[in-house]
Design a protein around this ligand. Structure first.
Ligand SMILES: [Zn+2]
Length: 274
């Protein structure tokens, strides 16, 4: 069986190396190539390709030799075009699909990371993982900048952060004081939130503590005298952190109430023990 050359004569310069390789792929042997596609054969000869082109033809293909040859190409289509015998052998051996199956592209970063290394986003030095702070959202769970760069960064931004914190405190003073006074009440009472807040939640307690805090801060500013938020019935005497049990007192008045409170606490303990 022979394959006839295309009737039309190819223009001069048509047979490039690439076209010769593709054309030769259609033939199983040099002689058939010569017969079937004379001008391509001549051009291949001129390029010194001829021996290479048919080197693979009579080869007994194994998986190893298929893999070796296939590695010169990047797709099945290329393999089919330029190394048809190898392509057919690959199909025969059942490895064709696996040859160019997708493997994820690993970045330079990923390659470094396999060695436990990461590039700092600031100094751009490659450093071991322990030179980075942990950071949940960061790549590989680490911060983008190395510890040294981060320390330097923290120094240069220290004043800005301090100013920010001061502003934050000033802007949210009442809220922060409410939180801290509720947390202190939690500690002193030892009760569960729902009981301590009379069935309310922490957020509800914040809401009803705020007016007392605001009143306390306002009085302090107006009088220059320290004020406290007091639990009318002390927490240790079964009092709750609810609006009806809160009042704002001067620190002095609160100290004077202390004796009264202690009596209530001991009465309460007495009752509890019976
Ligand atoms: Zn760095």
């Amino acid at each position: 069986m022979t394959i006839k050359e295309n009737k039309k004569r190819k223009p001069n310069g048509y047979w490039t190396t690439e076209r010769c390789i593709a054309e030769a792929g259609k033939y199983g042997a040099k002689e058939a190539f010569k017969k079937g596609s004379g001008s391509a054969y001549q051009a291949s000869h001129k390029f010194g390709l001829l021996d290479d082109l048919f080197e693979n033809v009579n080869k007994t293909w194994t998986e190893a030799t298929v893999l070796e040859e296939a590695s010169k190409y990047t797709s099945q289509a290329q393999l089919r075009k330029y190394a048809n015998n190898c392509y057919k052998a690959a199909a025969r051996l059942g490895v064709l699909k696996a040859l160019y199956s997708y493997t994820p592209v690993t970045t330079a970063d990923d390659n470094l990371w396999t060695q436990g290394l990461k590039t700092c986003s600031v100094c751009e030095e490659v450093k071991p993982a322990d030179q980075y702070g942990k950071h949940k959202g960061g790549s590989y769970g680490l911060r983008a900048m190395c510890k040294a760069c981060r320390a330097a960064y923290r120094v240069t931004t220290r004043e800005a952060r301090a100013a920010y914190q001061k502003n934050y405190y000033e802007d949210n003073k009442a809220l922060l004081v409410a939180h801290s006074s509720i947390n202190s009440a939690r500690k002193r009472s030892g009760l569960e939130d729902s009981e301590l807040f009379g069935g309310g939640t922490f957020q509800e307690a914040v809401v009803w503590t705020m007016p007392f805090v605001e009143q306390r801060l306002k009085l302090q500013e107006e009088t220059g005298e320290l004020h406290h938020i007091d639990h009318i019935v002390p927490l240790k005497a079964g009092g709750l952190h609810v609006p009806s049990n809160l009042q704002v007192l001067t620190a002095k008045a609160n100290t004077e109430k202390l004796l009264e409170d202690m009596v209530l606490v001991s009465q309460y303990k007495e009752e509890q023990s019976h």
